[in-house]
Design a protein around this ligand. Structure first.
Ligand SMILES: Cc1cc2nc3c(=O)[nH]c(=O)nc-3n(C[C@H](O)[C@H](O)[C@H](O)COP(=O)(O)OP(=O)(O)OC[C@H]3O[C@@H](n4cnc5c(N)ncnc54)[C@H](O)[C@@H]3O)c2cc1C
Ligand SMILES: *[C@@H]1O[C@H](CO)[C@@H](O)[C@H](O)[C@H]1NC(C)=O
Ligand SMILES: *[C@@H]1O[C@H](CO)[C@@H](O)[C@H](O)[C@H]1NC(C)=O
Ligand SMILES: *[C@@H]1O[C@H](CO)[C@@H](O)[C@H](O)[C@H]1NC(C)=O
Ligand SMILES: *[C@@H]1O[C@H](CO)[C@@H](O)[C@H](O)[C@H]1NC(C)=O
Ligand SMILES: *[C@@H]1O[C@H](CO)[C@@H](O)[C@H](O)[C@H]1NC(C)=O
Length: 525
């Protein structure tokens, strides 16, 4: 083969692989989409939203509307050496992480960028249990396929850091057996999970998935905040959405529609965003909507109810140390019959110092809370209360969790590695542990609920009482799946997307038999 032909073939191959990774068209100019129509509008380009949009684009035109900007080329999102910085650097309306404080007084965060919370999180990837999948009524094989689709694109096996292997030994010393090595399944014991950071320290968010559908069927509108769903005249069907620019530079609102015959609006704005948009659209409990003078479209009591967050405790084992590399979690212990999840990370306290903590969450808390609108401004956080440790069971679990964490923090490996000298006094006794739990309860950032399946949406994720409107994201979970939810949220977008494609395929066949009086299948042209 002549060198020229060789070079030609190589460059073609490079182009082809680039072709597969081509990103969709992105714009921040509302006028470019205003007044147009699409087969599907996905509201929120987050963890579930991107995975869903990529899948639907295989057959249909999709508009993704995201209130934040692009993650591509943003070092705060992409570079592991800045892990945790996005949480330090927040502002009211534009930072990639938006902070909120629940009415319990606990500080928390939500993603505000294409990629959603997968652009600001710990990147720890771990599937849900078989039991969770069965309870959800999902098809086991399709769930497997959907997880694998995600994993082949944005999930990597981490290279264990020194500290993470120390933690791993700490978990084993505390008795969290068996040791499962690198494992994406939800198995009891100690394991290494997957990561959305690759070996070069680059984060891959759900936004990457947009490049794996048919990118030329996807339009992404960035920096645009959806205010509400638009309904048809008699308010039985979603026909589009109303949105505004996120930067507040004007209060002008724009509309975009879904294709008339079968188009659908799908909310994927997360556990805070999706119930918020439903309420702003007049779908929710009548009394609350009346308080805010929002005309009622559907009186749906459970919108914003059954909100939940896993109570967590974090023991600081090293504060203000310098020159430590920042570390997302790589190992997890699934302890005491799946009741607690333990992990550790190295986070920045400011530009020069870091802190290391070992933290645990209660996997299945009993307490539930509620989300309400604080105002009719869609750019503002809704107000949410999780009622951490509100039930007796959760409080008792918290006491046990603190004791387990102390075991790990006091393990030979951890104390030796950190050269912990003057060990702090151990907490003991119900009274002391109880007040410690109450004073120090925090979040693991796995909050969920608000549009739970079976109450706000049905098994097909359709909103009760209106047509052509669905919710697909973490707000639909009654319980947080697996060790950490991201894997299952990514999977859910893919899974529901495939289901919707299949539904459309079946409808098409239905239409064809309708056209032919005998119901015999029409020959394909
Ligand atoms: C700090 C932190 C660390 C975490 N660590 C981990 C971890 O290591 N592993 C793990 O598995 N999970 C982790 N999680 C949890 C996990 O990231 C989330 O549960 C998951 O990403 C939620 O996905 P979602 O699709 O429901 O919502 P999101 O990914 O938050 O997506 C919602 C999207 O909708 C957009 N949006 C909202 N409202 C509007 C509107 N009105 N108009 C337009 N767009 C809108 C948002 O900007 C966002 O992009 C963490 C979460 C946080 C916050
Ligand atoms: C979109 O918003 C982000 C965050 O506020 C900002 O950095 C970016 O410049 C905006 N993009 C455009 C095109 O307005
Ligand atoms: C709503 O309007 C459509 C036509 O615009 C009509 O077909 C449908 O029957 C109406 N539904 C109700 C409940 O009035
Ligand atoms: C941190 O690293 C810098 C450069 O590598 C070095 O000059 C400094 O002394 C180190 N500080 C500590 C406390 O180790
Ligand atoms: C970072 O925090 C440490 C500990 O609180 C403090 O001593 C140091 O001055 C801070 N550095 C900066 C740059 O703020
Ligand atoms: C709700 O609005 C009030 C008054 O505008 C404000 O003080 C408060 O901080 C808001 N709460 C939330 C959760 O944003």
């Amino acid at each position: 083969m002549s060198p020229l032909v060789f070079i030609f073939i190589i460059s073609m191959l490079i182009n082809l692989s680039h072709g597969a990774m081509q990103m969709p068209y992105m714009t921040s100019d509302p006028r470019e989409v205003s007044g147009k129509s699409f087969d599907y509008i996905v509201v929120g380009g987050g963890t579930a939203g991107c995975s869903l949009a990529a899948t639907l684009s295989e057959k249909f035109s999709v508009l993704v509307i995201e209130r934040g900007g692009s993650p591509f080329g943003d070092p705060l999102v992409e570079e592991k050496k800045y892990f945790g910085y996005s949480l330090l650097k927040t502002d009211e309306y534009s930072s990639v992480a938006q902070s909120f404080t629940s009415r319990d007084g606990v500080e928390n965060y939500r993603g505000r960028v294409l990629g959603g919370s997968s652009a600001i999180n710990g990147g720890f990837y771990s599937r849900a249990s078989e039991e969770f999948v069965k309870k959800a009524g999902w098809d086991k094989d399709m769930v497997q396929e959907s997880y694998k689709w995600v994993e082949s694109k944005v999930v990597f096996m981490p290279e264990l850091t020194q500290w993470q292997s120390v933690v791993q030994f700490g978990f084993l010393e505390a008795g969290f057996y068996p040791y499962n090595g690198y494992n994406l399944e939800h198995t009891q014991g100690t394991k290494i999970g997957g990561s959305i950071y690759d070996q070069c320290g680059k984060r891959h968010t759900s936004a990457d998935l947009l490049g794996f559908g048919r990118p030329n069927h996807i339009t992404v509108l960035l920096n645009a905040t959806v205010k509400s769903v638009v309904f048809d005249g008699n308010k039985t069907r979603a026909v589009g959405v109303r949105f505004m620019k996120s930067d507040g530079s004007s209060s002008k609102s724009y509309k975009v529609h879904v294709e008339k015959r079968r188009g659908e609006v799908i909310l994927a704005a997360g556990a805070l965003g999706s119930p918020q948009i439903l309420l702003l659209s007049g779908i929710g409990p009548e009394d609350h909507l009346n308080d805010l003078n929002i005309p009622v479209v559907v009186n749906l009591r459970d919108v914003g109810r059954r909100m939940s967050d896993n109570p967590a405790i974090s023991l600081l084992v090293d504060r203000f140390s310098q020159n430590r590399t920042l570390e997302p979690p790589q190992v997890a212990a699934i302890a005491e019959g799946y009741k607690y999840i333990l992990e550790s990370e190295v986070l920045p306290t400011n530009i020069t110092t870091t802190r290391i903590s070992i933290a645990a969450k209660i996997a299945f808390p009993k307490s539930r809370g509620r989300l309400k609108l604080n105002s009719t401004n869609p750019r503002e956080n809704p107000s949410v209360k999780f009622n951490y440790l509100g039930s007796k069971e959760d409080l008792e679990a918290c006491l046990e969790m603190v004791l387990l964490l102390q075991h790990v923090a006091r393990s030979e490996t951890v104390t030796f590695y950190l050269r912990l000298q003057n060990r702090e006094k151990l907490l003991a006794g119900d009274e002391e542990l109880t007040s410690f739990c109450k004073d120090n309860v925090r979040t693991y950032y796995h909050y969920h609920g608000g549009c739970v399946v079976g109450s706000v949406v049905d098994e097909d994720y359709r909103v009760s009482g209106v047509r052509r409107l669905r919710v697909v994201d973490g707000s639909t979970f009654e319980e947080s799946p697996g060790t950490n939810p991201m894997a299952t949220v990514l999977m859910l977008g893919r899974y529901q997307g495939i289901k919707m494609l299949k539904e459309r395929e079946a409808e098409k066949e239905g239409d064809e038999s309708f056209l032919s009086p005998q119901g015999s299948p029409q020959p394909q042209p």
